[in-house]
Design a protein around this ligand. Structure first.
Ligand code: ATP
Ligand code: MG
Length: 396
């Protein structure tokens, strides 16, 4: 018979959802099944406020790795089902701790037991002691110590009515809410550092996030496009089911260059991006836009200029990075795996025909006057007709 492992998948915020709790749990269980769909023989069960996964031993690490991408999960541990025998449980713990000790030279640990089978003759504190002291006897000479508050390794034991499980340390999850539980939004994804981070922020709040990229390959080549496609695929690993829409933007930029005032150019680009994104979002059932804007980061992100772009769309605009500084954003980009691609040198279309002195406090009336000078509705309709749709579930 194959050796199996049990994954203990914990979630937290879902627990606050009162009557909707079932809905969130079912959604999370579904997303977990989807994330593990390529792994044969996985069984996912919901049991008393947790989700258990039954998997083949050889696949356990791969499953945990995949689950670290699933929003809504607080932590994951790999466990094994065994007889409730102190020697056997301790032996298992020793096997897990020994290689860590060999690596680190010393380690603080503790045992934590939950006993829902009240017929079991020892209390949870007694079990902690029995198993913990056996492990100490075997490994204290190597530098192992017990520290309940600051343990670097926690051996968890669950004595349930049907089975006893012993779990390895917890691997942290993304937390947040399961994707699909908060509706859909559309993210303005450039190839920069910021917008992939803002996209993931909304994914981790339970949204399915589609993306739109404004492409000017006539002036900049295909490099920016290739970069955004790769970024979008990485982000889609956290959700599945995402789409990337690519809108040709060069004709609009040329018209703005030729007919509008130089200082307003970048804000005028942005107003066109917002309008197109909003129309696209409405047609794709998305309830808001997401951008990577952060207050004061560049000339187009002053309070005045942010207001001058938001006012062209009758839709919520989410700016999850608004109060973050660049160092914090970079740290998150590294964590989610988009940073290395983002820093590849490819200019964004906002930098095309960049004026020497971009307006930092553009006036709505001046912007509207500029927009009377070129047929933006026609250009917008043409750009939208030429949209390219990329299904991110298909390999890039
Ligand atoms: P990023 O690092 O995300 O590119 P940034 O600091 O370079 O951001 P801007 O270039 O001013 O700032 O862009 C601000 C936001 O506008 C981006 O985070 C993104 O949401 C959106 N944006 C900018 N350029 C594009 C584009 N070509 N396609 C789609 N969205 C864009
Ligand atoms: Mg940018």
């Amino acid at each position: 018979m194959k050796e199996s492992r049990t994954l203990l998948i914990r979630y937290d915020e879902i627990g606050l959802k009162g009557k909707n709790r079932k809905y969130f749990e079912n959604r999370l269980a579904r997303n977990i099944r989807y994330a593990l769909k390529e792994i044969e023989g996985v069984r996912i069960e919901k049991v008393h406020g947790r989700i258990l996964g039954r998997v083949d031993r050889k696949d356990a690490d791969e499953c945990v790795q995949r689950l670290t991408f699933v929003p809504g999960i607080a932590s994951i541990s790999i466990g094994v089902s065994m007889e409730p025998d102190f020697d056997k449980m301790a032996e298992w713990g020793i096997g897990l701790i020994r290689p860590k000790l060999d690596n680190l030279g010393q380690l603080k640990f503790c045992v934590r037991t939950r006993r829902s089978n009240k017929l079991f003759p020892s209390t949870s504190t007694e079990i902690d002691f029995e198993v913990g002291s056996r492990i100490m006897k075997a490994l204290s000479y190597k530098g192992l110590s017990v520290d309940i508050k600051r343990a670097e390794f926690v051996l968890e034991i669950e004595i349930g009515p049907q089975e006893t499980l012993v779990f390895d340390n917890r691997v942290p999850g993304l937390r947040g809410l399961p994707v699909g539980s908060s509706g859909q939004v559309l993210s303005l994804l450039s190839g920069g550092i910021d917008s992939p981070v803002s996209t993931l922020k909304l994914i981790a709040r339970g949204c399915r996030v589609h993306s739109v990229f404004f492409d000017n390959r006539t002036f900049l080549g295909r490099g920016g496009y290739d970069k955004v496609v790769r970024l979008a695929h990485i982000l889609n690993r956290y959700q599945g089911g995402g789409k990337l829409y690519v809108i040709p933007f060069q004709d609009i930029q040329v018209a703005i260059r030729d007919y509008c005032s130089d200082a307003n150019r970048v804000v005028l680009y942005r107003r066109m991006m917002y309008r197109i994104a909003c129309a696209l979002a409405e047609s794709k059932n998305c309830q808001g836009l997401v951008t990577g804007e952060s207050l004061g980061q560049v000339a187009s992100q002053t309070l005045e200029n942010l207001a001058a772009v938001s006012c062209v769309v009758p839709m919520s605009v989410f700016r999850p990075l608004i109060g973050m500084n660049k160092q914090e954003i970079i740290a998150q980009a590294k964590l989610i795996g988009t940073y290395d691609i983002s820093i590849e040198p490819q200019p964004d279309c906002c930098s095309v025909f960049m004026p020497d002195h971009p307006a930092t406090r553009s006036k709505i009336q001046e912007l509207e006057a500029d927009e009377k000078c070129f047929p933006w509705e026609d250009l917008m309709a043409r750009a939208m007709d030429a949209v390219e749709t990329i299904n991110l579930d298909e390999p890039g």
